[in-house]
Design a protein around this ligand. Structure first.
Ligand SMILES: NC(=O)C1=CN([C@@H]2O[C@H](COP(=O)(O)OP(=O)(O)OC[C@H]3O[C@@H](n4cnc5c(N)ncnc54)[C@H](O)[C@@H]3O)[C@@H](O)[C@H]2O)[C@@H](O)CC1
Ligand SMILES: Nc1ncnc2c1ncn2[C@@H]1O[C@H](COP(=O)(O)OP(=O)(O)O)[C@@H](O)[C@H]1O
Ligand SMILES: [K+]
Length: 528
């Protein structure tokens, strides 16, 4: 595993650091190292930002003229900030320190004393503060243990109102390290230097508006210490390119044939939502699945054939409303003929018998969209108890709430873990930071995505893509949650590449399908 993959809670980070200190690393030496790494990274970012952000009238050109305000807290987050203050002072920045706390940890207090001896101005009152070009936030890190109130809360709100770029150390002060919840109030950072290992709260949706661009500062934590605390196979991980490529089963075996590369059955669409079936089909096409069958209402069969000539389109009898009334598979075919079924986009809730039929089958199954709405009507947990084979549920927040009305989804990591454990399914909760859990609580978080994907139909693309990957690799002893993670990552990366070439407004769901193979190609070239 790479450092980028690990995700820790505050308690785990404290235990990992505890091991390093117990092994002999002096706390002060580590703080020095961390502070230097932050200063170096900061200087790189600031050079880049200078070209795009208007600076204060005091700015005299060159780094030496930049004015920087350092917000220092009482603990070691404040200590880190004070090391950064000293480093930037020696690099020629005009530095001042805001430090309103009466009692500081020993090491933090020493750094403050030295900074003051160097002539760096230090203030305790907001009213005294000079102007600056940017702020470095070292008020609280993972040691924040209660709501921020009083003058500190006031100060945080005040700094947010300054509208200056803010760089936060470890995490924006005020965010809960594990859940990303705002504890009273929080710094709205433009950039966050996460120290050592990714804190779980930074990967939670509710923290996103506070983090800005997040960067991991690797300060060489020994892998043995990480594994000693997180276990040999950590429970919560961030999806990375490497993990995805381990799952995609590439290159193809030279002796493969179309049925060895998986046969996926998509069940999707209605007269009303024909587009959902097309988008799901195009998502599946990008997966490279060997055989693709798509069951749709008879009346939209010609439309599907025109968009997906390679697929076997199965026209089914339809209800008065134009939904599939029941599956009518070709002769000599039953559901066991398929390696996987993906079911739901565009079905409408009139297709209830279909959902009952696929749930009763013994084939790996993905349920999405109306498949989930019907499942909620049937009773999520009792209905899924009948399943013998793999089930994957891919709700967005609204669907999740319908499926699991009793689960609080503020902490999305906990929410997917609970849902997966209650149902025995792998659950993917869609959103800006999609979270995936298997029934044992093994979680993947998709930390790189783009809001450009928040458009109708983009979830249909994901279902098709995931179905295709699942059909391709399901017989190859893969973990199902790894397959789901691979699809989520690929889908988001397609969106990110499309944004680069077409702006955030240029990523409609059809366009997204055209970027899936392009982004795969670039990623393969990158890995080789
Ligand atoms: N030891 C080191 O040199 C290292 C330090 N690191 C830094 O150390 C930080 C953790 O340090 P600490 O454990 O000292 O914790 P923090 O610096 O995050 O804050 C703890 C201090 O804040 C006080 N506090 C907590 N909640 C408060 C509230 N709501 N209102 C007012 N005061 C409050 C506590 O009483 C304590 O004094 C990390 O986030 C990181 O920045 C590590 O990341 C790297 C190694
Ligand atoms: N703000 C966002 N940032 C990144 N990805 C997002 C965001 N909002 C939605 N998405 C992604 O877009 C897709 C939307 O899926 P879904 O809600 O099912 O849409 P639809 O049903 O219209 O296809 C999901 O993959 C989701 O993770
Ligand atoms: K901070």
């Amino acid at each position: 595993m790479t450092k980028e993959q690990f995700v820790v809670t505050a308690a785990q980070m404290r235990d990992i650091e505890g091991r390093i200190f117990a092994a002999g690393m002096p706390v002060a030496a580590l703080m020095e190292k961390v502070g230097r790494l932050i200063s170096d990274s900061f200087a790189r970012h600031w050079q880049r930002l200078q070209s795009i952000i208007p600076l204060s009238p005091l700015f005299q050109g060159g780094l030496g003229g930049s004015n920087v305000g350092i917000l220092a807290g009482p603990g070691h987050n404040g200590g880190d900030a004070l090391v950064v203050a000293r480093e930037l002072h020696f690099q020629g920045y005009q530095v001042w320190i805001y430090q309103p706390f009466a009692k500081l940890k020993e090491l933090t207090s020493q750094h403050l004393q030295y900074a003051q001896s160097l002539g760096i101005p230090c203030f305790t009152e907001l009213a005294e503060l000079p102007s600056c070009d940017f702020l470095i936030d070292g008020l609280f890190g993972f040691g924040l243990e209660r709501e921020i109130t009083g003058n500190i809360a006031e100060a945080i709100n005040h700094f947010n109102d300054w509208n200056k770029p803010i760089f936060s150390i470890d995490l924006p002060s005020g965010l809960h390290t594990d859940t990303g919840e705002v504890l009273g109030t929080a710094i709205r950072a433009n950039h966050t230097f996460c120290l050592g290992l990714w804190k779980q709260g930074l990967l939670q949706e509710q923290a996103l508006e506070y983090i800005g661009q997040a960067e991991l500062i690797d300060f060489d934590i020994p892998l043995a210490d990480i594994h000693a605390i997180l276990g040999e196979v950590p429970k919560i991980k961030r999806i990375t390119k490497t993990t995805v490529f381990d799952t995609l089963s590439l290159p193809l075996s030279p002796t493969t044939h179309k049925y060895k590369s998986g046969h996926l059955l998509l069940i999707s669409g209605s007269k009303r939502y024909a587009g959902g079936a097309i988008l799901t089909g195009l998502g599946a096409r990008a997966s490279g699945v060997g055989m693709l069958s798509i069951a749709v209402p008879e009346s939209i069969k010609p439309l599907l054939i025109s968009h997906l000539p390679e697929a076997l389109i199965i026209g089914c009898p339809e209800t008065e409303t134009g939904a599939i009334s029941h599956l009518q598979l070709p002769p000599n075919t039953d559901l066991n003929s398929f390696n996987a079924i993906a079911c739901g986009p565009g079905l409408t809730t009139d297709a209830t018998p279909i959902i009952e039929q696929v749930i009763n089958s013994d084939v790996p199954l993905i349920l999405d969209a109306d498949g989930l709405n019907i499942l909620a009507q049937l009773g999520t947990i009792s209905t899924l108890q009948k399943r013998q084979n793999t089930t994957i549920l891919t709700p967005h927040t609204g669907e999740f709430h319908r499926l699991f009305p009793d689960i609080n989804y503020q902490d999305r990591v906990k929410a997917v873990q609970t849902a997966a454990s209650q149902t025995g399914a792998v659950v993917l909760l869609k959103g800006a930071r999609t979270a995936i859990s298997n029934p044992e609580g093994v979680v993947w978080i998709n930390a790189e995505s783009t809001p450009a994907l928040a458009r109708g139909g983009s979830g249909d693309v994901l279902t098709g893509l995931m179905g295709g990957i699942l059909a391709r690799v399901v017989n190859k002893q893969v973990n199902i949650e790894d397959v789901v993670a691979a699809a989520a990552w690929w889908h988001s990366q397609g969106g990110i590449l499309a944004v680069k070439e077409r702006t955030e407004l240029g990523v409609d769901a059809f366009t997204l399908t055209q970027y899936l193979i392009r982004v795969l190609k670039l990623s393969i070239e990158d890995i080789l």
